[in-house]
Each structure stands twice: as structure tokens, then as C-alpha cells.
Design a protein around this ligand. Structure first.
Ligand SMILES: [Zn+2]
Length: 704
């Protein structure tokens, strides 16, 4: 990227990110999804890495945490409320484990691979302080050191105990607590300080019920459960928090201080202990032996998260052995002993490169967005449907825009918004085409129909038939590209003509209905395996009228004489074939004047020229037929007049048996003219073209 462009883009990104940040963190309004915002931050981060001279102190990449609102009292956390490292892939997780192993190995210690995995609730974190077992203060995370005092609001939460329960000794023994620790815990409950951390959330059900009510009352709706929770806790009037029905789930317990390891228990036991103290906890949390089990757990919940009553955005993976926590310690602002293994972001930002129009079965034109490939929902996508021109207008899209794309679960990816503030002024308005991109017929918009249509009734059927023929057995024979898939790809706008097949990419297919990653990869591999194809098969596959498998073979043998052996390029083939005159074609065996005309027209059409340009670009190579074996291999004979010792059919069979070929008329490509009694005009023709002439005796000698 050019320096000036980079500087501009960085400025614009900074403003855009700051605008959405304020909306989100100051006003609890979600003007853009967290993942889309992250995507913008990532782009800014990469640009700043490339052009460090443009990094400024006010850049969002230089910020750590949020700041407390002035209206609440500030609370200094006894122990900082740490933020977590994010991992987005199994590779990230393995790296995290490896770093920890190395870190401890340097100190002569070893690491356990027992992990406690907890669902990562998406709400507002809070720290609760209990003195002598009584809830005295609750605070938000704030910047990690100083938070806001939201005690009054937290007190309205029914699932938050105002006084801690005292568990029975038996229950504590069952959790593995030693006698000394039990004594210590009872002391803390009666005389000391216990802090509990957890997530304040709004359930999906509560959000739906509240929004229904607010809609009736004409009040603004809550954007999502996270905003529902955060917004409620930040209200100065606790009455509002009370009516929001929030819930509190505990996920951390500070008995003394972990960093000094005062009470010895495992993380799994601590999780159970909070329940004994009177808190709600996530029952689906699980102890995992090794990262492989962690991966299974994380994948399971990524798939099944919608079944939960609350939103989660990943899994927090913690070392179960709490004695490891102080030994691993923290690096920067985040601890080494736990990591947030996030689900794939469902939204990301990217550039709209182009809009292509596809023609469906009914002739309706549908626009498809061609995007700069971007990872969203765990896979890389390069295109997405835009439905119709009205949708483009509704989104206010222009070519070159930065857009937000979304892929939730197995739903087909879509463009959900454009970010017009990031424009440079070079973006272009998107218009519907005037002619059909497939057949060139006129396009019209009928009445108040939102759709544009191709008026050629055969447009779709012809395209389907051509594509179907191209990939069928005997032609390119591409596995996994049956008629149904061909039709689907045509409908998705991925295939307009046969050359498009070679341009299919993994990221085009993923996200289509029925295309999981594996199926997409398999199909792309099957297509790739046909990038080197026998010339005869290719010629047959083109679907030139009247050309069957056998005549395709004849044409292949004929044309290969002019092509560089053993592999021809599409453009070379086109050049050679275009040089052939009508008579050259009709001179070939089994090719009459009608077929010759069809061949001639095919090679000289503009459509063919366009097709071959695409074939050439796709790297297609054509394997030329090997010369036939036998004494007469590669030689072509024409017979004229009648022979004495054998019939014309017998003569033809003998030539074939020796690897030679026969044809009916003389051309410059014929090697021998065999002359019997009473020869016709072929003799004169052969003499004119300088073709070698054989008498019957000479011919018999040759075929012996
Ligand atoms: Zn058309």
C-alpha cells in the first residue's frame, strides 16, 4: 500500500473505531458488533505495524481497558481484575501450552495438563466483596485496577446471595479440602474477607420478554443480552436494574490470595465450592485431560451454544491445579494460567471488490458480492449473495466500500452493512446490467417487480446443459460435480460458463448450502485433477454441435500435428484451429460438410475466443494424443479407384491394423494416395498438393 493511502486509511479507521467504541462503552449502545469492531482494529493494527511512523498515542491500539464513569464511586480492586489472552485456534492453544511448559522448564518445574474448562458468559464482570459473610460491595472491572461501585444495582439480583452460606464440613471434605483449609474457610466466612467474581448476565428469555414490553410502551429496545446487562448495571436508579431480572454466575473465588496460595483446592473444587456458598454456577463446566479434550469441549459448545439460556462467546481454559497459578504468574496485564478460547467471530470487515450478476432458472438476475477473502465464522469467504438491487440500495453499497460480513453457524454468509465513513471518494455506484451476463439478451424490470430478468427463455437451460455436458463422464468427468451441484453453483452465480469451473475456490464453496469444508476441498481437488486433460476429451467436452467422442478423437489427432508436443495450451489450440479452412475440416474422416461448418463456426465465434482466454488464465493444459503404434503409425491414406487383390474395406482394415488412418478426401495432410483402376479426381488433387502416390503393388508391399 502507498504511504499516503495508508496514512489516510489509518486516520479514518481511528475515527470510525473511536466512534463505535464510545457508542458501546460509554452509551451501552451497540452500533456495530464486537467482532466487526475487532476486525477494524485488526486492520488498523496491521497497517500500523507496516507503517509504524503513523502510530499515535490516541490510536485505539494503544489503549488498555476502559475507564470508570464519573457518576459512580470508584473502587480500587484488592487484586486486579485481569483481562484474558484470547486464543482463536487449536494452534493458538498449543502455542499457549508450549509457552507455559517452556516457562516452567526454565525454572526446573513441570506442568500438569489437567484443564478446567468454563463457558465464557457474555455479560458484565463484577467483583463482590463479602465481609464476615455479608455482601458489602460490588464493583465493575473498570480498567482492571479501579472499577465502579454498583453495589445497589447488584443487590437487586436474586441469584446473588447477600449473605454467604456456611457449607457443612462433610461437603468440604468431599471437595478434597484439608482440615486446616476448612478451618481457614470458616474463619474467613465469620471474620474475614471473601471475594467472588463472576459475570452478570441477562438471559435470552428475559431480553425477549423485556423487548416485547418495551416495544408496546414505545421505549427503545435492548440491542442484546450483553448490553441488557451492562446497561442495567450502569443505571444510577437501582429500580431499573431490578426490573431487568439480571443473573449472576460466579467463576472465581478469592480465599485469601491465589498468588500466595492460602487455601489449597483445585479449580474444579473451587467451582463447586461457590455453589455451596450460595452462588449460581455454570453446570456445564468440565474438567479436561489434555488439550485434545479441551478442543472437543470447545467445538461442542461452539455448535450447541444456541441451546443455552444465555449467550457465550467462548470457553475459558484454566489450569485445574491452583498451585500452578502463582508459579505461572502474569505477563503484562494477562495471566499465563488461563486463556479465553474464543468461538469464531461471526462478523468481520472486508472490502467489496465487485458485484457480479447471476441468472437464475426463471431468468431473474441476482447480484453477488465479490469480497476480499476474510475469515468469518471460522472459515474464509470470498463472496456472498446480495439478493437484489433493492438490497444493494438499502445497504447503500458502493464498489470499493468497507463492509461488514456475517456468517452465523451454517447460515449462508451475507453483507450486513457498509461503513461509508471509510470511503476515499473512489467508490463506484452499483448498477444493474443492461444485457444478460450469460447470453447477452436484453434485461428488463417488469412492473413493480424488484427483480431484473433476462428475456431469453433458453438462457438458463442452455447454460445448464453445456455445463452438465462439460463435466459428464466421457468429457471432463469431474467427481462430485453432478447435475444438482452444477445447478446449485449456477444459481449461486459461481458458474456462468464452463471455464468458470476452473476458477472455483474453496472459499467460494464454503458456506453454500450443503458444503462443509471437506466437501468443498474435495470438489476443488477433483477439478484441479482435471487441469491437465486429454485433448480429445476436452474437444468433446466443449459440446460443439455434432461432435461426438469419436470425431473429437479424430480432430484431436489432426490438430495435435500442429501443436507443441506433448502438452498444448488453450490459446495455442485456438490459434491452430482457427487457421483450418472449411475444406480442411471436411477432409477429415467421418466429418461431413454440416459438421465441418459447425467446427468452423465454433472456432471463429467471439464466445469461443472469450472462453479460451479464461481457459488459458486458469492454467488448463491439454495432453496431445500419443502417436498410434504400428508400422503406419500417424500416416493417413486416401484410396481411389478399385484394387484387384482386396476390397476397399479390406484395404482400410489393413491400414488401421498397422496403426494408420484413412479418410475420404485428399488434403495437404494426407500422406499417401493409393491408386487402383479407374481413379477419380482425387489423383489430380493429390498431384497438385504433392501427396505421395502409391500403386496397388507399392501399397501391398507397405502393408505387408
Ligand atoms: Zn440470458
Amino acid at each position: 500500500m502507498d504511504k499516503k493511502i495508508a496514512k489516510n486509511r489509518i486516520e479514518k479507521l481511528k475515527q470510525e473505531i473511536d466512534y463505535h467504541r464510545r457508542q458501546y462503552h460509554v452509551y451501552d449502545r451497540e452500533s456495530i458488533s464486537v467482532s466487526a469492531l475487532d476486525s477494524l482494529k485488526m486492520e488498523l493494527f496491521r497497517l500500523e505495524n507496516e507503517f509504524p511512523e503513523f502510530i499515535s498515542a490516541d490510536s485505539p491500539t494503544q489503549r488498555v481497558g476502559g475507564e470508570a464513569l464519573a457518576k459512580f464511586q470508584k473502587v480500587t480492586h484488592r487484586r486486579p481484575m485481569i483481562s484474558l489472552y484470547d486464543a482463536f485456534s487449536e494452534e493458538d492453544m498449543r502455542d499457549w501450552e508450549k509457552r507455559n511448559i517452556n516457562y516452567l522448564a526454565e525454572r526446573g518445574e513441570s506442568l500438569s495438563s489437567l484443564y478446567y474448562c468454563e463457558l465464557k458468559l457474555d455479560g458484565l464482570a463484577a467483583n463482590l466483596r463479602y465481609e464476615k459473610g455479608i455482601f458489602v460491595q460490588g464493583a465493575t472491572r473498570g480498567d482492571g485496577q479501579i472499577g465502579e461501585d454498583i453495589t445497589l444495582n447488584l443487590r437487586t439480583i436474586e441469584s446473588l446471595p447477600l449473605r454467604l452460606f456456611k457449607p457443612a464440613e462433610k461437603e468440604l471434605v468431599a471437595l478434597g479440602l484439608k482440615e486446616k483449609d476448612i478451618k481457614n474457610l470458616f474463619y474467613l466466612l465469620a471474620e474475614g474477607v471473601i471475594e467472588v467474581r463472576g459475570e452478570t448476565i441477562m438471559s435470552k428469555q428475559t431480553l425477549a420478554a423485556l423487548n416485547k414490553q418495551y416495544a408496546l410502551e414505545g421505549k427503545p429496545l435492548l440491542a442484546n443480552t450483553r448490553n441488557g446487562a451492562a446497561g442495567s448495571l450502569r443505571q444510577l436508579d437501582p429500580q431499573i436494574a431490578a426490573e431487568r431480572h439480571l443473573e449472576f454466575y460466579a467463576y472465581d473465588l478469592i480465599l485469601g490470595d491465589y498468588e500466595r496460595g492460602e487455601i489449597v483446592l483445585s479449580r474444579a473444587a473451587a467451582d463447586k465450592l461457590v455453589e455451596l456458598l450460595g452462588f449460581k454456577r455454570v453446570r456445564d463446566n468440565k474438567l479436561c485431560h489434555g488439550l485434545a479434550e479441551v478442543f472437543v469441549f470447545q467445538r461442542y459448545w461452539e455448535k450447541n451454544k444456541d441451546k443455552l439460556p444465555f449467550f457465550i462467546d467462548g470457553v475459558v481454559v484454566k489450569y485445574d491445579d491452583l498451585s500452578l497459578w502463582p508459579r505461572l504468574g502474569t505477563v503484562g496485564k494477562a495471566p499465563r494460567y488461563m486463556v479465553a478460547y474464543k468461538f469464531s467471530a461471526e462478523q468481520a470487515t472486508t472490502k467489496l471488490i465487485d458485484v457480479v450478476w447471476q441468472v437464475g432458472r426463471t431468468g431473474v438476475l441476482t447480484p453477488t458480492a465479490i469480497l476480499e477473502p476474510v475469515k468469518v465464522g471460522g472459515v474464509t469467504i470470498g463472496r456472498s449473495t446480495l439478493h437484489n438491487l433493492d438490497e444493494i440500495e438499502r445497504l447503500g453499497l458502493r464498489l470499493g466500500d468497507t463492509v461488514i460480513v456475517e456468517r452465523a453457524g451454517d447460515v449462508i454468509p451475507k453483507v450486513v452493512a457498509a461503513l461509508p465513513n471509510l470511503r476515499t471518494g473512489k467508490e463506484k455506484v452499483i448498477q444493474a446490467p443492461v444485457h444478460c451476463p450469460r447470453c447477452g439478451a436484453e434485461i428488463s424490470r417488469l412492473g413493480d417487480d424488484v427483480a431484473y430478468r433476462c428475456l431469453n427463455k433458453n438462457c438458463y437451460a442452455v447454460a445448464l446443459r453445456r455445463l452438465g455436458h462439460f463435466v459428464a463422464k466421457g468429457a471432463l468427468d469431474i467427481e462430485g460435480l453432478g447435475p444438482k451441484i452444477v445447478e446449485q453453483l449456477v444459481n449461486e452465480g459461481l458458474l456462468e460458463d464452463v471455464a468458470d469451473i476452473f476458477a472455483l475456490r474453496r472459499e467460494d464453496l464454503i458456506g453454500l448450502n450443503g458444503f462443509a469444508e471437506k466437501k468443498a476441498e474435495k470438489l476443488v481437488a477433483a477439478i484441479k485433477s482435471r487441469q491437465e486433460v486429454a485433448l480429445s476429451r476436452f474437444l468433446f467436452a466443449l459440446g460443439i454441435s455434432h461432435i461426438g467422442e469419436e470425431s473429437a478423437q479424430t480432430i484431436a489427432v489432426y490438430l495435435s500435428k500442429f501443436l507443441s508436443s506433448p502438452i498444448g495450451r488453450p490459446q495455442e489450440l485456438l490459434r491452430v484451429a482457427k487457421k483450418c479452412r472449411l475444406d480442411d475440416w471436411s477432409a477429415l474422416a467421418d466429418i461431413g460438410p454440416v459438421v465441418a461448418a459447425s467446427l468452423f463456426n465454433f472456432w471463429h465465434s467471439q464466445e469461443t475466443a472469450a472462453l479460451f482466454t479464461k481457459f488459458e488464465k486458469s492454467g488448463l493444459s491439454l495432453l496431445l494424443p500419443l502417436p498410434a503404434s504400428g508400422a503406419l503409425a500417424g500416416k493417413t491414406f486416401v484410396l481411389t479407384g478399385s484394387l484387384n487383390s482386396l476390397t476397399r474395406q479390406e484395404a482400410k482394415d489393413k491400414i488401421k491394423a498397422k496403426g494408420g488412418k484413412t479418410q475420404e478426401s485428399v488434403s495437404r495432410l494426407v500422406d499417401y494416395l493409393v491408386v487402383g483402376e479407374a481413379p477419380g479426381s482425387k489423383l489430380r488433387e493429390a498431384e497438385k498438393l504433392g501427396v505421395k502416390i502409391l500403386t496397388e503393388t507399392e501399397f501391398l508391399k507397405l502393408i505387408q
